[in-house]
Each structure stands twice: as C-alpha cells, then as structure tokens.
Design a protein around this ligand. Structure first.
Ligand SMILES: [Zn+2]
Length: 420
C-alpha cells in the first residue's frame, strides 16, 4: 500500500518508506516478530533493528511476549518470542466529516478506534471557508477537551461530498454543496486553526481507503466502493491507490443515464442515476419533496427526511427498487475495473433492502453469480469514521509520518531532555 519508485530515493526517503511499511504490517498483524518482518520485506536485519528502535523510542510501538499457539504440546523452552504491536494510545488522528448526515469532528486512536466525537451544529454549507472555520474550531475544542498532546496527533482528515485534489490541497468542485474550486481555502483554514497536517478527500474515496486499511477491503488492492446517500458516487481503488482521473472527478456514477423522471439533477438532466438510485429519487417517490430540482439549500432537510425514511419498514419495497437501479451502474463498473470486491456504503447503500435490490438485479438482469469474479459486500466503516481513518492512513501508516515530531514528544525523550 505504501510504495515509492526506488529511482531518486534518498536514504532518508527510503527510511520513511520502510517505516510506513513496517508500521502498516505491525498494525495489521499484532505480535509480528522482527524475524517475520525481515523475511517479509527483505530489509537487512540491521536496517530493521534501527527502524524498530526508532519506533519504540518514539513510543509508537511496543514489544511484548505474545501467547504461544495452543498446540497441546509442552511449554516452549528457551528465549521468549518477542512480538511487536502498535501502542493504541501512542498516536491519534483527527477527522472532520462535513455532511448533512454525519456532521461532526472526531478523534481516533492508532488502531482506528474512535475515542471522542462531537456533533457540529451546521445548517448552512453555503461557503467553503466559513464551513472550514466552523468545523476546525469545533475540532480544536474537542482536542482541548480530551487533553491529548497535539504532537501525538498525526493529522486531520476531512471527508466531504466533493471532488478534491489532495495533491493541490483543493476542493475542485462540489455539486452537492454547490461549491466551485475553493483555491485551497478549506485546507488552509483547517491547517491554520489546528496547526496539523491536513488531507481533504471525497467521502467515497475516504471510505474506500478506510475499508482497505481497517474494514471490508483489508489487504484487497482492486475494489470499488459505491457511496449512496442523497446522491451516489464511487471510490475506485486500483493497485492500492485511489483512481482520480484527469480532473479528480473519477467515479461520478450519479450522472450515468437511467430512467427518465420528473426531477432535475445538478447537471440539468432528468435521466441521471442520481434521480432514481439515490436518496433524492427515493424522497420524490415517497412524496416527501415539494420541488423537482435538486436544491443545495435543502441538504439538512433531505438528510433528515431520508434518515427517517430508510428506517421505516413500510418503505422497504422502494429501497429495494432504488438498489435495483444502482445495479445498472455496478455492471459497467465491474466490467471496466474487474474488481475483487464492490462495497456498498452510505445511508442508503448500507440498508438491507437496498443492498438486496442491487444484488438480485445483478443476477437477474446482468447474469452475475458466484463465479463472476467479484463479491458484492456491505461496508463496515461508518461514514462518520472515514475522516479520522483517512488521517491515520495518510499520516501514520505511510511515508508521510512526521517521525521527528512524534520522537520529540515521546515521554521518555522529554524526561531525557529535562534531566540533561
Ligand atoms: Zn446528472
């Protein structure tokens, strides 16, 4: 998952890459031994010992004696086998989820367990910079409240319904919020308020990366995640990396052609999948809309109505029908990407009736079955957790870990400095 072209690599960049690889493995396989890691990665024992010493000194990992497998034979003799594991409270990551469904800031530990979260009361998403101010100050308050040393927080992940360019720290556009290119304002605002590294990502991509690291797609490098709530979008992962396309707008399946409705999509058409396979289409079917054209000022209304609608058992047939429509988009997706896994997620995508609709239609109309080469599964990561998990993925289990900052803030090193 963490890879870098060996060409142009310096010893320092190589060490960063190796650290990321080792940490990822230790997180995925608690108790792994140094010898296992040497075998797996082919580092020299000396290089591995140095990285392990660094990570132990920075209080990111610890050694322990893992319980012996119960083989029914007599007790082991000789030296205990020393395993390595992540210290859960050694490192933290923060998240900002800008959504009408899960509007909140959160903090998770090094294993991705949420340890604190706070809802953000937000009724207007009109202005990107203003929204960034609101959420980042809520996050600063949460960090203060938990008393976590800010130097142990690796970074902030921002997950929202927008096309983003994480390389340029920009929101490219958001049809959902009605934003154009923000010129990096959102990122800048969160960065300035928190003082932490920031990564901004589309919600479907953030969920896909979270599922790959901690959830349904663990150790899967070819898969797609369809996030379906008010609208639908896809996060596609190939070779362990998000597929972004030329403009950062890859995965906009919501604008695939589908049945014609008396509704209007953000793109102006009346036959987009966004109008039939999604929450917006469902609300219209249920008679919950008093207008035909998608309206950004009504996002909280859509979310509230939809949350109530999906939990009402009498709407199961409508959910099933919407899921069936999504299958029309999953078919070309499967044919283009040949994924190992397609994950359904989101307020609509995670519901049984919707999932079954998609599953049955893939079999009935498109001929998919057990031998189709991919599995359709439900996501296990909540959209509310994707932002902080994105931060862990980006700033802890990768070559972007700011090791010096963690090393300098380790309690052992503080004591050393104090007694010097
Ligand atoms: Zn459209």
């Amino acid at each position: 998952m963490v890879s870098k072209s060996p060409s142009g690599a310096t010893p320092a960049s190589l060490r960063r890459t190796h650290r990321g690889l080792m940490l990822s493995r230790i997180q995925a396989e608690p108790g792994v031994s140094r010898a296992d890691l040497v075998r797996r990665f082919g580092f020299s024992e000396m290089a591995l010992t140095r990285i392990a010493r660094d990570l132990l000194g920075a209080e990111i990992i610890e050694e322990f004696d893992p319980p012996a497998p119960d083989t029914g034979k007599q007790r082991r003799i000789g030296r205990p086998r020393i395993g390595l594991r992540i210290i859960p409270k050694g490192v933290f990551a923060a998240g900002i989820t800008v959504s009408a469904y899960f509007s909140e800031v959160s903090i998770c530990d090094a294993n991705g367990q949420t340890i604190a979260r706070q809802g953000v009361d937000n009724t207007s998403f009109e202005d990107a910079a203003e929204t960034a101010r609101l959420y980042s100050s809520a996050l600063c308050a949460l960090i203060n409240e938990t008393g976590i040393d800010i130097d142990r927080i690796v970074g902030v992940g921002v997950a929202l319904s927008a096309d983003t360019s994480p390389d340029r720290n920009e929101i490219v556009r958001s049809e959902y919020f009605g934003w154009g290119n923000d010129g990096g304002q959102f990122w800048e605002e969160v960065r300035r308020n928190t003082g932490l590294p920031v990564e901004i990502e589309n919600i479907a991509n953030a969920l896909a990366l979270s599922e790959m690291r901690f959830g349904a797609a663990r150790d899967v490098s070819e898969f797609a995640l369809a996030h379906v709530a008010t609208f639908a979008g896809v996060g596609a992962v190939s070779d362990g990396r998000v597929v972004r396309g030329a403009s950062g707008g890859a995965g906009r399946i919501g604008h695939f052609r589908s049945e014609t409705r008396s509704l209007r999509c953000t793109c102006g058409r009346n036959d987009c999948l966004n109008l039939s396979a999604t929450g917006f289409g469902l609300l219209a079917k249920l008679g919950k809309l008093d207008h035909d054209t998608f309206d950004c000022s009504k996002l909280p209304v859509y979310a509230r109505s939809l949350l109530a609608a999906v939990d009402d058992a009498s709407n199961a047939d409508h959910l099933h029908e919407a899921g069936l429509r999504l299958a029309e988009a999953l078919d070309p997706l499967a044919k283009i990407l040949a994924p190992e896994l397609i994950i359904l997620s989101g307020t609509l995508g995670s519901k049984d009736a919707y999932f079954k609709g998609a599953e049955q239609e893939l079999t009935a109309s498109f001929g998919y079955g057990p031998d189709s080469g991919f599995r359709l599964v439900k996501g296990v990561v909540s959209p509310a957790d994707a932002a902080s998990l994105l931060a862990l993925h980006t700033f802890c289990y990768s070559d972007r870990l700011d090791f010096e900052r963690l090393h300098n803030s380790a309690s052992g090193n503080v004591k050393e400095a104090a007694s010097a």
